[in-house]
Design a protein around this ligand. Structure first.
Ligand code: ADP
Ligand code: ADP
Length: 226
């Protein structure tokens, strides 16, 4: 599903150069659930942004389902993301002006799915995430746990093969965090590949493999006992 070879990423601001990733190589098989851990500033978000085609590496290769995608133009990256990658963020990133239904529908609008099919798929995703009763509510009328369930519904509504999650339980209490992890785990068991950045030891127990990053490099990998 994912193959990255010797990925480097540096940021230049004024005359200061920051090396965020320094030779990262990683293979993720289809259907795997990977957790990426490491201290603040070690490059986790940078890696997830590159995997999610939100940014290009400075050098190195990135194959997504056998296509080299490490050097695409922004427009090509946007096209490649649609329907292929679902995102879940710590801060939910829902659109405040849209209700729950409209937020979840948005990826299908971008994909030009026709209205009748959109309705069916949105309803199905809301039902799966146990949030149908809130379809007409706006994000600021929902608890954090509810907002994250909406965000997961939005991430899965287009049936992507890959979900990228950046600290998905970071803003949730433990009960809601557990619910969110159960939902992600269920999606993974149905075949969706998941790469998740987390600080939570508990969340990492859901992954098949934990990758530890430090100063922009992979320093260890631990297979789960599950
Ligand atoms: P983490 O997610 O592990 O906290 P990041 O990937 O956000 O780490 O950051 C890795 C390093 O790259 C840090 O030193 C950070 O300051 C730097 N960095 C990240 N994004 C940028 C950017 N857009 N411009 C300059 N430096 C950046
Ligand atoms: P549910 O079990 O229905 O998903 P939660 O346990 O997530 O609900 O939240 C408990 C209740 O508190 C819900 O009815 C929710 O709407 C309400 N609630 C939580 N936070 C807020 C908020 N910031 N604004 C309005 N209502 C909220």
């Amino acid at each position: 599903m994912i193959k990255i070879n010797d990925l480097q990423k540096s940021f230049r601001t004024e005359e200061i150069e920051t090396v965020a990733l320094n030779g990262v190589s990683l293979h993720v098989a289809e259907g795997e659930f990977i957790a990426i851990m490491g201290p603040s500033g070690c490059g986790k978000s940078t890696l997830l942004n590159i995997l999610g085609l939100l940014d290009n590496p400075t050098s190195g290769e990135y194959f997504l389902a056998d296509t080299e995608v490490g050097h695409l133009k922004e427009k090509q990256r946007t096209d490649m993301r649609k329907g292929n990658i679902g995102f879940v963020f710590q801060s939910f990133n829902l659109i405040e002006e849209m209700n729950v239904y409209e937020n979840v529908e948005l990826p299908l609008v971008y994909l030009k799915v026709k209205a009748s099919e959109r309705k069916q798929r949105v309803e199905e995703a809301l039902k799966r995430m146990n949030i149908s009763h809130r379809a007409k509510h706006f994000p600021n009328q929902l608890s954090g746990g509810q907002q994250q369930r909406v965000a997961i519904a939005r991430a899965v509504v287009a049936n992507p093969k890959l979900i990228l999650a950046d600290e998905p339980t970071g803003n949730l209490d433990s009960k809601n965090g557990k619910d969110v992890m159960s939902l992600l785990s269920e999606l993974n068991k149905e075949g969706t590949t998941i790469v998740m950045v987390t600080h939570s030891q508990h969340d990492s127990t859901f992954a098949h493999r934990v990758i530890n990053l430090f100063d922009g490099q992979i320093v260890s990998e631990v297979e789960s006992k599950m």
